[in-house]
Write a protein that binds this ligand. Structure first.
Ligand code: COA
Length: 471
């Protein structure tokens, strides 16, 4: 069978992220409608290219001159966003063909996710795009977000949007939109690029991975996947990407019930889970099961370097948390570092005579002599300067914390830029939130749970080991 899919141009999705001009087809005059949100979002972001609202019933929308069709625009149109009801989309595509538009994001639902008629409509859409040489993202998606390039096709509220090092690919546009809303409203890292693939009529997983692999702003890719259309090409693209940057994936549709939900959601085939498991392992992608983990790993990779080895130091003000951390380290494939005599002597000399330092390093006795901040500073500096330590976890408590700052951890961590550090904070919620902001703004990942902190550090090591295995 001859494929009607346009030949991939090496996965170059630049036209979608940095178009010189964009037409918004269905740019509604009515606030609250999707086409109106899209136009407002583009304006709010401060997009620098030409914007052409398209609406046969209007001459001006949101202060911009509007045109009845894409073909009526008196200049070139590089890219179009289509947000009209599904039955109008093919006509709009023909219009885009006449105008030699290069890329189209189809927001509209009513394609392969919605039964026989929708499937046929999607087949025709693919055929038309192939004939016209137009790349298509979607249908049934929110499309893309490029915070640094100040461009989006999304209708989701962009409050707090900020650029950063994490690229995010989601099969489903709404999930992509809700995830970036969650990230921008609760996290301190930014995103490099977001791609919601929707039904993947044309642009698909491997195109997104090829693009993000080359994208310099992207340090790590996080991905929500329901099914893969072309397993061989996915394997190739994912394999190339993980040689340059980590790929963290959630694969939906693991169970039979989940797979059925996938079919009605985006019209994808979820495929056998064991096959995906093997595929991810083979290419070195990191599989997680929950979006909290996706964020934990994304930010840890984005903030911290990869360790040279697996020898971890635990510096803790809570003995109990130190024990839990030690257990978790071993379960996650890390080992407790054995401190050099010099390291132990450095801390022992500042401890009461009854104390005997080891790893985990309980700094409570230290705090009795040099106060809490001094104990964190000395304890962390001692272990990070130890050549037998590759990475460190600091377990902080909010006990007796009368001034909320974190210089005593951040300054030391900064002095050892080659050794990853993560922090777990136990105690008062309001103080946790303040420390979370201070530390994450300084690129030190903070966690509420010992397990999540250790698991995230352990994945840095696993990825290092994977890269070493390629050498
Ligand atoms: N070209 C351009 N604009 C046209 C048009 C055409 N051929 N025909 C109609 N329009 C205008 C309409 O007049 C309207 O503008 P107005 O409000 O100023 O009158 C605008 O386009 C939108 O059309 P309307 O019929 O009001 O559609 P809608 O806004 O109710 O719904 C979709 C359009 C795309 C949002 C809807 O069909 C849909 O698919 N919704 C689901 C979207 C979604 O969730 N996607 C997946 C995300 S994960």
């Amino acid at each position: 069978m001859v494929s009607t899919r346009p030949r991939s141009n090496g996965g170059d999705l630049r036209i979608f992220f940095e178009p010189e001009s964009v037409a918004i087809v269905g740019a509604s005059r009515t606030p609250g409608k999707i086409g109106n949100y899209i136009l407002r979002n583009i304006l709010k972001l401060g997009y620098k290219g030409q914007i052409y609202p398209i609406n046969p019933g209007a001459s001006e929308i949101e202060g911009l001159r509007s045109y009845p069709s894409v073909a009526a625009v008196p200049a070139g149109v590089e890219m179009a966003v289509i947000a009209v009801p599904a039955h109008l989309v093919l006509d709009v595509m023909r219009d885009c063909q006449r105008k030699a538009v290069k890329g189209v994001v189809v927001i509209s639902s009513g394609f392969s996710e919605s039964g026989k008629e929708g499937m046929e409509r999607q087949r025709e859409l693919v055929q038309l795009a192939a004939e016209a040489g137009i790349r298509v993202i979607g249908p049934n998606t929110t499309g893309i977000l490029n915070p640094e390039g100040r461009f989006t096709t999304s209708f989701v509220d962009l409050k707090g949007v900020k650029p950063g090092g994490i690229g995010f690919v989601a099969q489903t546009g709404m999930f992509a939109g809700m995830m970036f809303q969650y990230i921008f409203s609760s996290q301190y890292f930014g995103l490099s690029k977001v791609i919601g693939l929707g039904n993947k009529a044309d642009v698909t997983d491997h195109d997104a991975l090829d693009y993000l692999s080359q994208d310099e702003a992207t340090r790590v890719v996080i991905m929500y996947l329901e099914g893969v259309k072309d397993g061989r090409r996915f394997l190739g693209s994912a394999g190339r990407l993980v040689r340059r940057k980590p790929l963290v994936v959630i694969k939906g549709g693991k169970t039979e019930e989940g797979a059925r939900a996938v079919q009605s959601h985006t019209g994808s085939l979820a495929g056998r889970d064991e096959i995906f498991e093997a595929l991810f392992r083979q290419v070195g992608a990191i599989r997680v099961t929950d979006f909290e983990e996706l964020i934990d790993l994304g930010k840890t990779f984005a903030y911290q370097p990869l360790p040279r080895g697996k020898r971890i130091a635990i510096v803790t003000l809570s003995g109990g948390a130190g024990v839990m951390a030690a257990d978790t380290c071993l379960e996650c494939g890390l080992v407790l570092a054995r401190f050099e005599p010099h390291t132990l002597a450095r801390v022992k000399v500042k401890m009461p005579s009854w104390a005997s330092p080891s790893n985990p390093l309980d700094i409570e006795p230290l705090s009795e002599v040099v106060k809490q901040e001094g104990a964190y500073r000395l304890g962390l500096d001692a272990v990070l300067s130890d050549p037998g330590v590759d990475l460190a976890l600091v377990v902080m408590t909010t006990f007796k914390m009368d001034r909320v700052h974190a210089d005593y951890v951040l300054e030391v961590a900064r002095a050892y830029p080659e050794k990853p550090v993560a922090v777990c904070i136990i105690g008062d919620d309001a103080i946790y939130s303040q420390l979370f902001r201070i530390m994450e703004e300084a690129s030190v990942p903070v966690f509420r749970s010992v397990r999540r902190a250790v698991a995230s550090l352990a994945v840095l090591y696993k990825y290092r080991r994977f890269l070493d295995s390629l050498a």
